[in-house]
Unconditional design. Sequence first.
Lengths: 172, 263
Amino acid sequence: MRIFFIVFLISFKFSIAQPVSEVLDTSNTSIALSLSVERNDFYTTFTYLRSIESFSVNPSLGFGLVHSVFQANPFVRAGIDIYYNPVDKTILNCQKVLFGVGLGYYFSFYNRPTFTNNHELCAGYLFRFGKRLKFIQKTFIGILKESFMGNNERVHLVYPNFHLSMGLSYDL
Amino acid sequence: MIYRCFLVFILFLSSCQKRGDYDQILIIGHGGMGLDHLMSIYHDNTFESVELALEFSGVNGVEVDVQMDLDGELWLCHDTDLSLSLGVDGSIPEYHTEFLEEQSYETIRKEKLCKLRDVIHLFDDSDQLFIDVKSFNPSSGIIVDPMLFKEALDTILMEAACEISVILVNGSWVSYFVDDYQTYLDTDSKSIMDSYLSSYPQLAGLVVRYESLSRTEIQDYLNQNWQIYLYEIRSVKRIRNALEKRPSGILPDDIRRALIEAR
């Protein structure tokens, strides 16, 4: 399975695009809105995507619900992703396909049942497809450090986490 | 326009649900941070799980499942078949202490199988410790001697600072514990509950599944000065419904969600 994936990536990098008649979208700045799920939470994120050659830097600000939708227990999160984009191709009808692998750091906090903050370091991919309006899908896995003031001492918990996101981006 | 704004404001106010007052209902961590909870950080009935549960402000205590090995040592373990979570054939009553000391759960963190004596010092005088006594092992068919179990328990709990309660599934064991410990019976049958509560007025009460008793039945028992604790509470909906039944306490499998609802 991994072999197929690697072959796909390599072949994509060296494939030759068909000539297109329409003006290509050359914007390197986008904004995105996505819905995500992670180990404990559901959240929505506003992201600013800035591409510099094969790299992109994406700071984000999010708002979510901790543990359960039904309890409507909110939290705020902020983060930044940095990607290397090995795939940045224009295919039929001027549609772009972008595939980046990268790292992300996130910080979030919430107040109930006790004031808790999270620091998180992740790695994963971001896939974008479309014209000016693009579908985006992000999958990240990483390590989350959760800390809160316990009855006797400050508690620090470190455990694996995942993020699955889907949304839309718009080229400015 | 003003009328519409006023109408929206009234609708907004009416949609706000008043939070119930659940401060009197005790929250007892089921097996520590919870039993069979997919997102739980630690395996149930481990040192780490009990320690973490007691760190949460608003948690009143922890329930642990206790089994006795061949040498009379008491271990925290819910499973009667160790192959399910530890990858070892057999059950706790079939093994010696030396062997069990080397065993760990098959989880990411590899939490070690924990002795009851190792968690006792985690509880202070404001905490409650509920000991669910596993007297019969269906996978091995071994029935533990109640006298030996109680002797082992007495020895370990001699120096405990916290309030201790014993939960018994096996009604025939009640007579061994009821005079020395706060003893609770765990059964789903209403007729068995009534029978034991009338035979043993010293019983502290019942620890029953969430669905076993209605709110009215719980209030009837509470009015007769028996304590009622509910368990098998996993979802938010169940936590809310369990709190609405107004028992003495709940044993939720997700402490954080229970605290958000109850505190």
